[in-house]
Design a protein around this ligand. Structure first.
Ligand code: SAH
Length: 257
């Protein structure tokens, strides 16, 4: 008997709050036989799977240090070839620092149907939840989503050109930036941003354990250590941060202040 071909949904689960899932994500989860779920995803999304659907943890919580990407991709291909409908659930948006692009390529090369379900990326959703409009037109020409984590061996040398980004006139939304925050802040100031430029750090944005810190380029790295705020976090650099409301304010930055 010929097996009816399966399919893979690359599902963006949004930044954390389960209500930020899209209707399309909920439909994909309902249709799925198997879900492969990443570490950073709120487990509450699993309530939308049908009873009996299989859940495979593919992050550090799954037991392995972090399931290697190639293994995850092989697993998706195999499950779909067996005729399963698979949801690969990722935090935020699958195409924003989510390796979604690589996975689509692999799946298409294996002849597997794939549908991408956009999600709200943490870099926009987490600031929004604290009232930061990342492109407020009074003080920002745009927004740059950038990684603070230089990938070794990717041919990108020392990672982003922070001095150049300092000149961009855009809000900088930095993913995976906590480890390198001292260096990033120093380089942005060296590149010409004022050391008083507001910075927001949002850890576990939109989740119950969310932590927020508002500081400046001069003090953010120190304040982060002092307050204990850490990964996973989004760092927002720019005047738009003044529109935010924070529970952990270290500087009188708020607009009304
Ligand atoms: N695809 C995801 C990003 C994956 S990279 C998206 O679109 O949001 C992982 C990084 O995303 C983390 O290191 C952190 O910088 C950020 N991140 C993801 N979820 C977050 C959250 N709820 N709060 C703050 N940062 C988050």
């Amino acid at each position: 008997m010929e097996i009816k071909p399966g399919k893979v949904y690359l599902v963006g689960a949004g930044p954390g709050d389960v209500e930020l899932l899209t209707l399309k994500a909920v439909r994909a989860l309902r249709e799925s036989d198997v879900a492969l779920i990443d570490d950073l995803v709120n487990r509450e999304v699993l309530q939308f799977l049908r009873p009996g659907a299989r859940v495979i943890e593919v992050g550090k919580r799954g037991g392995c240090k972090s399931t290697p990407q190639a293994f995850i991709e092989r697993q998706m291909v195999k499950l779909a070839q067996e005729g399963h409908i698979v949801s690969r659930i990722k935090g935020g948006d699958p195409f924003v620092f989510g390796r979604g692009g690589e996975e689509v390529e692999t799946l298409l090369a294996a002849g597997i149907a794939v549908e991408v379900v956009s999600g709200i990326t943490a870099g926009i959703g987490a600031p929004a939840a604290m009232g930061i409009p990342v492109t407020h037109r009074d003080c920002s020409r745009g927004v740059t989503l950038v990684t603070g984590h230089a990938r070794t061996g990717a041919g990108d040398g020392d990672g982003p050109n922070w001095e150049a980004l300092a000149q961009s006139g855009t809000t900088l939304v930095i993913y995976m930036g906590m480890k390198n925050l001292p260096d990033i802040a120093t380089r942005l100031v060296a590149g010409g941003l004022a050391s008083t430029t507001p910075v927001a750090v949002i850890q576990n944005g939109t989740l119950a354990n969310e932590q927020r810190l508002v500081s400046t380029l001069a003090t953010a790295a120190r304040d982060a250590v002092a307050s204990g705020i850490g990964s996973p976090a989004i760092v927002v650099v720019g005047d738009v941060v003044r529109y935010g409301r924070s529970s952990m304010i270290t500087m009188p930055l708020l607009k009304s202040a």
